[in-house]
Every structure is written in structure tokens, then in C-alpha cells.
Design a protein. Sequence first.
Length: 101
Amino acid sequence: MRAAKSYLAAHTAWFDENPDPTCPQCGMEPKTFTHAVLTGPARTRVRDLLLKEVSSFGPDADLWTEPLLVQALGEYIMDTRTGFPPDIIPEFSHPSPPATP
């Protein structure tokens, strides 16, 4: 996803060279990695549970050097199915509790 190659709407794919980049959940912004995980309004509750300490995906962000934050990002992606193929239902039922040290 960081390389902009996934099933997120704003990422290009081999099967659709001109996708509509608009986020299908909010209909307001392109569904990029940052929008899907950090800024999009659709998953605010889960983001607040799992990623409240993450504010950036920049190369020097704490996320990439803190194992618990990387684990929390993985849990968020799995729980919300962010970036999964479109034929997998994007809804989730019960988010995992936040990772604790």
C-alpha cells in the first residue's frame, strides 16, 4: 500500500488503468493509503482504538521503528480489510483491542 499498488481506489491496478479514485465510503477524497488509514471518516472508531498514536506514514515516522505501532497497523488493516480485494466484504465486526506493551 505504501507503494500505491493495492486495491485502494486511488491506486492504479493492472486490471483498471483509470479507476475512480474517490473513496467509496465517504465520497469526498481519493482513497489513498493515508486517507484509508489515517484521515478517512469511515473508520474513525477503529482508528481511535488501534492507531491513536500514529499521525504520519512519512519515512521518518515513529510507526516504522516501533514494533507495537507496526503491529497495531497490521491489526487495523486486517480488522477493517483495508486494501483487500474488492470482492472481500469491507465491513468488520469487532475490532481488536489496542496493543499494550
